[in-house]
Design a protein around this ligand. Structure first.
Ligand code: PLP
Length: 389
């Protein structure tokens, strides 16, 4: 260890390196790789949204906005939640616009955690949650889920891990990496659990618009009694294909929003105004294009699901987000061995399931946010790989 490494903070030293990065680094040096690894839309942001940003620049939108975000954007977010989920959020006090959902999660955790506070995190889950909890001084408590229940978490699972130190439950459905969504009854069970133990619920609903087969997303805050104890996250990255714009938001009780804004005003000041102008256009006129993209993801979802079933890799049908989580235990390999060999022999990049928590071992995450042609090519290569092992 060099001297400088010793001088890093304990929190940073505790955060493990991302289980995703190293495979991307190898893949980046290879030719002819088909990647099902990346969790971002292959679509370019719809033109009318890009154009609104260009026009905004022409009109001189180049300065800071108020810390919590442009009032019109917050009004549009409030209108979206009223129209879609029948929940009222006050744009002045209950909404903060952030640099992606990433910043919102970080702000919320830093605003509420004290050293030693425990955060229940059902796994498999998005790779940032655990790291953000550690960086905020809290203790992440993974709650494993299993494929037998399609990785749905229940109140009974959570009960086994709750202690006197548990302060927060952090959930994300539709789920990255499994594509699992929860039913109203399951969510009600979790809500009763949160109430019983007086927990704050952080609900990452960034994939809320991406549900399929006629299943509607249920917003956690819309459950009886939950609005007041929930910090809800959403953003523009996935549904509007706007990952690079860095725009998200949180909805919560004014006490939480004010505390988050305290950190935000001294660290970020505000989300990029160029992106906020585009976000207004997305919410005012973006639904049509969003549904076209969702329909295309749905087509790819069927295609990739049938492809994995056809080649005999056990998988359940994902109902949300744009990921599928096939089981590779029948190959006798670990997730990492499978991913390394598949990349080396067939030049297909996927992510090992254990990167999302220990209970993801034996699985791989494949993203279908890429063209049908590329998915078809990847499936052929994976089938070939399976035949030759
Ligand atoms: N939450 C989940 C579950 C994600 O999968 C991602 C990105 O992959 C994010 C948050 C980050 O979103 P943003 O681009 O809004 O920071």
């Amino acid at each position: 260890m060099s001297n400088w490494e010793k001088s890093l903070s304990d929190a940073v030293k505790q955060v493990p390196p991302s289980g995703i990065r190293k495979f991307f680094d190898v893949a980046a040096k290879m030719d002819d790789v088909i990647t099902l690894g990346i969790g971002e839309p292959d679509f370019v942001t719809p033109w009318h949204i890009r154009e609104s940003c260009v026009y905004g620049l022409e009109k001189g939108y180049t300065s800071y906005s108020t810390n919590k975000g442009m009032p019109l954007l917050r009004q549009e977010i409030a209108a979206l939640y009223k129209r879609t989920y029948k929940i009222n959020y006050d744009p002045a006090e209950e909404i903060i616009v952030t640099v992606g959902v990433s910043e919102a999660v970080d702000l919320a955790l830093r605003a509420i955690l004290n050293p030693g506070d425990e955060v229940l995190i059902p796994e498999p889950c998005y790779v940032s949650y655990k790291a953000c909890v550690i960086l905020a001084g809290g203790t992440p408590i993974p709650v494993p889920t299993s494929v037998e229940k399609e990785f749905r978490v229940t109140a009974d699972d959570l009960e086994k891990y709750v202690t006197a130190k548990t302060k927060v439950l952090l959930i994300g459905y539709p789920n990255n990496p499994t594509g699992t969504i929860l039913t109203t009854d399951e969510l009600r069970g979790i809500a009763a659990f949160a109430q019983k133990h007086d927990l704050i619920v952080l609900s990452d609903e960034i994939y809320g618009d991406l549900t399929y087969g006629g299943l509607e997303h249920i917003c956690f805050s819309s459950l009886p009694g939950m609005k007041d104890r929930t910090i809800l996250f959403n953003g523009f990255s996935k549904a509007y294909a706007m990952t690079g714009w860095r725009l998200g938001y949180a909805l919560a009780n004014p006490v939480f929003i004010e505390a988050m804004n305290k950190i935000h005003q001294y660290t970020m000041l505000c989300a990029p105004v160029t992106a906020q102008v585009a976000g207004i256009e997305a919410l005012q006129n973006g639904e049509g294009n969003m549904h076209k993209m969702i329909n295309e993801y749905d087509r790819r979802r069927h295609f990739i699901y049938e492809g994995f079933c056809h080649m005999g890799l056990k998988t359940f049908e994902p109902k949300g987000a744009f990921y599928i989580f096939p089981n590779i235990e029948s190959t006798g390999m670990t997730s990492e061995e499978f991913v390394e060999k598949l990349l080396e022999r067939e030049h297909v990049a996927v992510i090992p399931g254990n990167a999302f928590g220990e209970c993801g071992e034996g699985f791989i995450r494949c993203s279908y946010a890429t063209s049908i042609d590329k998915i078809a090519g990847a499936l052929n290569r994976i089938e070939n790989f399976l035949k030759n092992i």
